[in-house]
Design a protein around this ligand. Sequence first.
Ligand code: SF4
Ligand code: SF4
Length: 365
Amino acid sequence: MKTPPLLTRRFVQILFSGIVVFIGIRFYLFVFCLENGIIPEIERPAGVEAFLPLSALVSLKHWLYNGTINSIHPSALVLLLIICATAVITKKGFCSWVCPIGFLVEGAAKLNGMVLKKTLRLPAIFDLLLRSLKYLIAGFFIYQIFYKMPGSSIEQFIHSPYNQFADIKMLKFFTDMSITAFVVIFVLACLTITIRNFWCRYLCPYGALLGLIGFFSLGRVHRQPSHCIDCGRCEAVCPASIDIRQKTWINSLECSACMSCIETCPEKKALGFKLVPGRKSLSARTMAIFFLLIFTVGITIARVSGHWQNKISLQAYLQYTASATPSSKTANYISPEKKQRMIMMMNQLRAQKMQNFKKSNESQK
Ligand code: SF4
Ligand code: SF4
């Protein structure tokens, strides 16, 4: 039996979002243990680095310059490369098949449909101006990192405490949210509920980068004019508001390969997601397998080659959490007793290390 594209896509979205939530909980527990003077029994989940796009871009520059993947946040670079690789086949497919934010944005559109019953669409000129925002944001970071940042500063940045503990800072951004951050997120959420696809369409720099790579994608939505009855249903459901009926190959920077148009089209031969060479159709099931495979294979290669887990020691993490000063964001939850316990833990770890070192020396003799 054929599964509808939307159902297949939902399955993949829920799977990836579940993994992200699982990673988030594990990382929270890891940091919680450190802050409370307990040696964490759970390993820090490396996947958390998916949320460090700046670190990933600097790592990319480091890799291109030196040919090596740095050991501070290796999985950030691995995930960036995997995500960019998906765009070579599926355009911005990552946004509608994998990204948990994309999933939430779709949920917001559903909420809008149920509560407001009407999706707000901005006038064409505002839409065009706002759409350029995400390219400007992405361009700004790419320009700063790849052009302005001197080669000599790359190592410095990578090994700076700011970068090393960026994951903890990111977690604290959400768990100890400031009023300003809360207001900004609240406003963005309201805009995303009222204006369809607001975050993805206008602001997400990751989506902008994928849109640009996806322009050269081998896979695209294809419309067969001889089968099209010009009913306009595809355009009505398209979350990216693409003029599908005007084209044969849909190569818009905004197409996220969501397949809603294909599922809605009453003429089964009119629309399909096809590879440009050979016009081979890719079904939703093939797309799902592609996303699952590319992440599994990419991460497995990174794990086996030692480019997945970072090389930051537990001691360094402890030192960072213990050395929170009153001016830092983490200060208010570290009491002197906790600090004392952390120092004891560090000493314990140091002693353990020394013992292991001695043992290995003796066994070599
Ligand atoms: S053109 Fe089709 S696949 Fe692309 S975003 Fe619109 S509805 Fe989704
Ligand atoms: S939904 Fe299908 S038949 Fe209707 S306009 Fe779009 S491509 Fe043509």
